[in-house]
Design a binder for this molecule. Structure first.
Ligand code: SF4
Ligand code: SF4
Length: 197
């Protein structure tokens, strides 16, 4: 911003930090607040324009869970090149694997960042792999983000940043998948309502 930054605490820890260092901060001038609101409105407008074609008619967690058997996962994953970029840039993806390694004078256990879009991710000892197909991996990625995490923690695991869309190498846009699942769920609902009449 033109005349500095606005600092706002987002947690009790942040509030404690701000009050412990209150001498470093001054009152926010009104002009700065106006500038902030203008910037937020501009971003909001840009977001709405960019996502106008992807408005969901159902909630994402329901659409993904109810769409478990949908063909959309296999269809959209057809162009996936397994580069894993979607999961590497995602701010909420956090899966890892542990790897034992023998060095010259010690044995090390390495913790490595992993990706559920990688073929070996779900492989188990003995050679089995429940998610060999790319479509199954795409489904799992969405199930984890929108269903399993929601069940466990009450929030979904997508902040809507769009990084996975920007990083896409294989034209597998998460918005397209969600829109299709949402439309399929809405159509199912309409069909049920029709039968009930
Ligand atoms: S970024 Fe696209 S192409 Fe790469 S693994 Fe993810 S879905 Fe597949
Ligand atoms: S839009 Fe969602 S899934 Fe994609 S990178 Fe951002 S948080 Fe991750």
């Amino acid at each position: 911003m033109a005349d500095g930054y606005i600092v706002q605490a987002g947690s009790s820890k942040g509030k404690r930090f701000l009050s412990a260092h209150a001498a470093l901060f001054g009152d926010v001038p009104d002009a700065l607040l106006v500038e902030r609101d203008k910037s937020r409105d501009a971003v909001q407008e840009q977001l709405e324009r960019a996502n106008a074609d992807f408005e969901l008619t159902a909630r994402a967690p329901e659409a993904v869970e109810q769409g478990y058997e949908s063909d959309v996962f296999d269809e959209r994953a057809e162009t996936c090149v397994e580069c894993q970029a979607c999961t590497r840039v995602c701010p909420t993806c956090h899966c890892f694997y542990l790897y034992d390694t023998k060095q010259q004078d010690y044995f090390g256990k390495m913790k490595m960042w992993d990706s559920c879009m990688r073929v070996g991710y779900a492989a188990v000892a003995g050679g089995g792999n429940p998610r060999q197909l790319l479509g199954d991996r795409l489904r799992h990625r969405l199930m984890h983000k929108f269903v399993y995490f929601m069940e466990r923690y009450g929030v979904d695991m997508c902040v809507g940043c769009g990084r996975c869309v920007d990083a896409e190498a294989g034209d597998v846009d998460i918005r397209v998948v969600l829109k299709r699942l949402s439309d399929e769920l809405t159509d199912k609902g309409k069909a049920v309502a029709k039968r009930a009449k």
